[in-house]
Design a protein around this ligand. Structure first.
Ligand SMILES: [Zn+2]
Ligand SMILES: [Zn+2]
Length: 108
């Protein structure tokens, strides 16, 4: 059987197929990198309880509580999650996108 050498691990593998260990290791690395560079909103605490509280708040108070001009599309954390805030409705207020994003992690 004609053999070929892997450019990474220098192992011999059948010509026409790929070096299996290096191929799967590479796929794993790529996945880890993707997870690392883009932390999911989920990981930061925006989970189902947040989604639930947000829709409840937006149904109740459809106007942004920060500018009182634009319709609220997000729920702003009064105490940010990074400072120990929760996804409870008491810690959320309706905010439009521009207001919420400009505020970032600062406390009001
Ligand atoms: Zn290899
Ligand atoms: Zn606003």
């Amino acid at each position: 059987m004609p053999m070929s050498m892997c450019s990474r691990c220098k192992r011999l593998y059948p010509l026409g197929s790929r070096c299996e260990p290096c191929t799967s290791a590479g796929a794993k690395r790529r996945e880890q990198k993707r997870k690392h560079t883009r932390p999911s909103a989920w990981a930061r605490g925006y989970n189902s309880s947040y989604a639930k509280a947000r829709s409840a708040i937006l149904a109740e108070r459809p106007l942004c509580s920060l500018c009182n001009l634009r319709p609220a599309t997000t729920a702003d954390h009064i105490v940010p999650l990074s400072r120990g805030g929760t996804n409870d409705q008491e810690n959320l207020r309706p905010a439009c996108g521009p207001c919420n994003f400009s505020r970032g992690n600062r406390t009001a």
